[in-house]
Design a protein around this ligand. Sequence first.
Ligand code: CUA
Length: 291
Amino acid sequence: MTSLALINQLLGQPPNVSEHGYQIDHIIEFCHWFMGSLFLGWSCYFIFVLWRFHKKRNPVANHEGVTSGISTHLEFAVVLIEAVLLIGFALPLWAKRVNDFPNDKNAILVHAIGQQFNWNFHLPGPDGVFGRVDLSLVSNSNPVGLDQSDPHAKDDLVVLGELHVPVDRNVIVDISSKDVIHNFALPNLRIAQDAIPGQIIPMWFKPVKTGSYDIVCGQLCGLGHYAMKGTLVVDTPQDYQAWLKERAELSASPAAPPALQRPPGEPPVGPSPGTVPPPGAPKTANPPGGG
Ligand code: CUA
């Protein structure tokens, strides 16, 4: 660990487990040290100005003002450093994330569908092709609206809350939402992407360390936003295959339980999956003529 990384630890940054994450961490570290030094610098300057231009020291107004050019040089240096950070580091890093998608057949493809207040994951199964989905087929037992009459859908996996991926493989996640704007955020993998209704937005990352990591919703999306959590499990290749097999067996049995429920004892928050009322529907079901 470098001395720069100290500040990330102080700020409670969770450990990075993605291939590109250290670059994000470097920017965060540098920005915090830079902003910290600016804060110190401007604070000292402010106190100096209070003392230097106090009324007692300057009974008569000085019409000439400051003649030294040092503040101009300082301001320019700050702008230059910020421009280098933005143009030299932040934009290229972002461009690599959004433009350079891995073009390898080995990449894991997943669809992540947000809804109040859960993450659904749709995997293509052994055939590698996603089955057709249709909004009109969405129900309690079919959270992503998978069309079972499509041959490609037969081997598809739909899991709730817990997504497994193998370590050291590129993962491409297509992110969408069934209701409002959510944000698919993986703090340990230093990546996040808004889930916007009506849009499918891809993101990619490469996990480099096995373990269980949080999936959180990064946009305030309603009363249950705080509980919209999931788990990303980075597996060894063997464990990943075992998980795929287990999920395939579970989804083949008709009474397949969902992959992950809230911890026992915690009441569900907000409408349960698939019962989100259509826009314009009355919020409460009052019996007609009642009251
Ligand atoms: Cu979904 Cu916050």
